[in-house]
Design a protein around this ligand. Structure first.
Ligand code: NAD
Length: 530
């Protein structure tokens, strides 16, 4: 069934209304009869339905993308960039609409939804200048009369599979570069908050993108598996939890695809005793509870060093041994607790600090870790289970939670919780803190807080994590750099956006050229010598 392109993302009839696929430049319901409910998490009510694609829907999506690809890749780079530029301008003018959609399905507060759009917009801006990044190399006269040069070309139909927590930004990490480079994109957004992707598709069409170059296919594992195994899909860019990232990496690779699969995280903030504790407390609260902790770069563990500054720091003794430090944990916890008391939890459409969690099941799972902390002998300093809320009692609420003295053997420490639960681990030295960070399963982001340049420099050298903040709690690199972690936070060898993003969405050709002149040397079966 085709639904008119003029209809809004949800205005497709039925009760609750359906969020359509976007295939061949039109809203379609698809052939699958399976659907899932989409909730407004602040109300706790299912407000929409989303179709869950079957293999036939996936075939239709990929076929539309494939049909659009040839003409798109042959359009001049200047014109492809110009469409990205128009998209950027439309997005800038209308991002308030997109933010409202995000808040109504994800729950994050409106200002945070606008923030995620701005971070995604950076990648759109990067893609408007893609010509610079697609410049090839040229070596003249590598052999007599022979020149060699390289060029980068698009892959074809590329798949993007995104998580619920950034329904606009994460797709934007990938599709602006993929599209500007000449690929056709099939996006499979999270079924929990699917409307942002369709809104973006409509805006791309308004910006002049030809039909079929950007496709939205909704669904769950069936849709994902259809893309992973489809012979016409050339690459997969995935962001989500670690077990699924690993599955995506292995399955897509088995089917001959290029894969980048970004997984989960457990990000530590290492606090040295010389740090500015007011800055640390503000940063821990912002990075721990912003977006209800549902950020892959959220700080989930504060590692407080009650001990000396490390050897190698500016404050160390001239013989290289450590300088006696001090204690930081008690004072820091008092400051964090003071700030937490001022946080308001409520409907993200109203002025509050933190919204609900995305689903009831996720809220219950996150809350279960507070009980685990109690069982494991940790100290629950602030318990979010009893939160007072400015909103509907049926919303998926959980307040900011602070847990001190978390044993590193506890699941509260070892597992990704992905909610507003901040753990504190106390260590006796910088070395002990770094060893903890380096032996965890994940290596997405980390931060050090100190006023000592030597200690910070030692940390950036020693720590085995992909993105590092120095007095910056959420070190998400700007779009000109690449985003991605180490270890179980990234499967594959290519990060998102920046130079690595350009490489991922293009394949290189090397051309060896000789234009015949009277000096060509006749038959010679050996390799050319010079
Ligand atoms: P998720 O892994 O449950 O889902 C991600 C995507 O995979 C969705 O589109 C979903 O439909 C699909 N999916 C889910 N189960 C599947 C299965 N069995 N087979 C095939 N596909 C499946 O993740 P989520 O809950 O949507 O998002 C939160 C997770 O994403 C967290 O772990 C978070 O750390 C991670 N994340 C990581 C980054 C990063 O940059 N590393 C960024 C954002 C989110």
């Amino acid at each position: 069934m085709t639904i008119t392109a003029a209809a809004s993302a949800t205005d497709t009839g039925g009760d609750p209304p359906l969020v359509p696929h976007w295939i061949g430049g039109a809203a379609v319901a698809g052939s699958s009869t399976r659907t899932a409910e989409v909730f407004d998490p602040a109300l706790g009510v299912a407000t929409k339905r989303v179709p869950l694609a079957d293999a036939a829907d996936a075939d239709a999506a990929v076929a539309a993308a494939k049909a659009a690809y040839s003409a798109w890749r042959d359009l001049s780079l200047a014109r492809r960039q110009a469409i990205m530029f128009r998209f950027r301008e439309l997005l800038e003018a209308r991002k308030g609409e997109l933010a409202e959609i995000i808040t109504s399905e994800h729950g994050k507060v409106l200002s945070d939804a606008l923030g995620e759009i701005s971070r995604g917009q950076e990648v759109v801006e990067f893609a408007t200048g893609l010509a610079h990044h697609l410049k090839g190399e040229y070596s003249e006269q590598v052999s007599s009369g022979v020149d060699v040069y390289s060029l980068r070309q698009p892959l074809g139909v590329v798949g993007i599979i995104s998580p619920f927590n950034f329904p606009a930004m994460v797709p934007m990490w990938f599709f602006p570069i993929a599209i500007a480079a000449g690929n056709a994109v099939v996006l499979k957004p999270s079924e929990k908050d699917p409307s942002a992707a369709v809104w973006i598709a409509r805006l791309l069409q308004e910006a002049g993108l030809p039909d079929g170059v950007f496709t939205v296919l909704h669904g769950d594992k069936a849709a994902v598996d259809a893309l992973l195994t489809h012979p016409d899909v050339r690459s997969i860019s995935f962001v989500g939890s670690t077990p699924i990232a690993q599955y995506i990496y292995e399955t897509a690779a088995q089917h001959g695809k290029r894969v980048q699969a970004l997984g989960g995280a457990k990000n530590h903030m290492l606090v040295l005793p010389d740090a500015d504790l007011d800055l640390v407390a503000d940063s821990a609260v912002n990075a721990g509870f912003g977006s209800a902790g549902e950020r892959c770069m959220a700080i989930s563990v504060v590692v407080a060093v009650d001990g000396p500054l490390p050897a190698g720091s500016g404050a160390a003794r001239s013989d290289g041994t450590a300088e006696p430090g001090g204690t930081v944990a008690d004072a820091l916890i008092a400051k964090v607790r003071e700030r937490m008391a001022g946080l308001t939890v409520g409907d993200g459409r109203r002025s509050c600090d933190m919204g609900p969690l995305v689903t009831e099941a996720h809220r219950d799972e996150v809350a279960s870790y507070i009980a685990i902390a109690e069982e494991d002998g940790a100290e629950v300093v602030v318990d979010g289970r009893g939160v007072e809320v400015d909103g509907d009692p049926n919303g998926f609420w959980l307040g900011p939670t602070l847990i001190d003295r978390v044993p590193t053997s506890s699941r509260v420490y070892t597992e990704e919780i992905f909610g507003p639960v901040l753990a504190v681990v106390r260590v006796a030295s910088y070395e002990e803190g770094v060893a903890l960070i380096n032996t965890g399963a994940f290596g997405n982001g980390t931060a050090i807080f100190t006023n000592d340049g030597g200690a910070a420099r030692r940390f950036q050298h020693e720590v085995e994590v992909g993105m590092i903040g120095i007095n910056v709690p959420i070190p998400v690199p700007v779009a000109t750099f690449s985003f991605g972690g180490w270890r179980q936070s990234l499967f594959g060898d290519t990060k998102a956006h920046g130079a690595e993003g350009v490489r991922f969405f293009t394949q290189q050709k090397a051309v060896t050229a000789r234009w015949l002149d009277p000096s060509h040397g006749g038959v010679d079966l050996g390799f050319p010598r010079t």
